[in-house]
Design a binder for this molecule. Sequence first.
Ligand SMILES: *Cc1c(COP(=O)(O)O)cnc(C)c1O
Length: 383
Amino acid sequence: MVNEKYTEDSNTQELLRDTRVEIDLDKIAYNMNSICKMVGPDVAVMAVIKANGYGHGSCAIAPVLLENGAAYLAVATLTEALELKDCNPQWPVFIMGHTPDRLLHHIVERDITQTVFSLEQAQILNQAAAAAGKKARVHIKVDTGFHRLGKSPSPEFAEEICRIYSLPAIDVEGIFSHLALAGDKENQEQFHSFSKFVSLLESRGCCFKYKHVADSIACVDFPEYRLNMIRPGALIYGMAGYHKGFLPVEQVLIFKTAISQIHHVPAGEGVSYDYMWKSQRDSLIATLPFGYADGYPRNLRDKGYVIIKGVKAPIVGVICMDQCMADVTDVPDVKQGMEAIIYGSGKDGSMTIAEAASLAETNKNDIIARIAARPPRIYKKSL
Ligand SMILES: *Cc1c(COP(=O)(O)O)cnc(C)c1O
């Protein structure tokens, strides 16, 4: 079904490391269904799986998303798009980011849909597509205030879009913008600016199959901004960042490891670099084989914890690149090899992604997307 790295065989292979990420594909399906049910049949869902599916493995989750209603798979870069196309050339893949002119021929060769915001980009695509006897599909990016990608609405940009529209080997399939979510008033201004510009273009005969501005938060909190396509990322992975609306979603991943060694540390002795932590009592300190190179936030020193046999074991001392230490003095019968939950569902007392984000003073997307490639992904699927 997908490339060999992600086949079911990978789950039956010997697990070469205790530190691993378990991914419940049924939860991806549940979250995707929840999103589709919320928006109804008239709104297409472009599932955002950039950054290797926010760390979940884009090629492994793509079929689940497509089977459960995704119309498109969105990534940030050409490399990510090519990785998906290597898994399955039929998958509908959209690049939300900029692809440098010298690389645009790949877009045509691999039938990828590309974001464009200039006539020059479209002309290069047009030429490559014409030469190949194909049409290059694009979505136009409009900058309504975020000032990241796209051009601001203007008569000149409208003229440019109409010229792109008239290129014979270009299919202008969509037009989109991105909300900064700075506040209700700012959202309204951005949305109004987008709508006005699209109306102007439509009055000039440039019509678009897809119009989209809403990410995970916007599509739940502001139904009026869904238009006929949404671009949720976070929701797919069970990250509920909305404030006004509600959508039932479940955290997809569990991050786990196992104790490598246990030390008796007498009262008063230090642990890890710089002895930043010193034991107040005779302690049992467990060494855990994960560190910041696995994507665990280094600033969780003195705040992070793992759950071992249902008991909270605080991380003590500086978090190293590949290992860290936890105080397991209060874990009954603690032994080398015992499982430790790094990020879990929360039901067992484990740290959820939401809590990790809050403790590390960042957002939930950062916590999941930064989990490194080093820990293997293990996939669970009921069917
Ligand atoms: C990442 C991204 C999204 C998805 O964002 P979430 O907050 O994860 O839903 C949507 N649109 C664009 C342009 C993005 O870059």
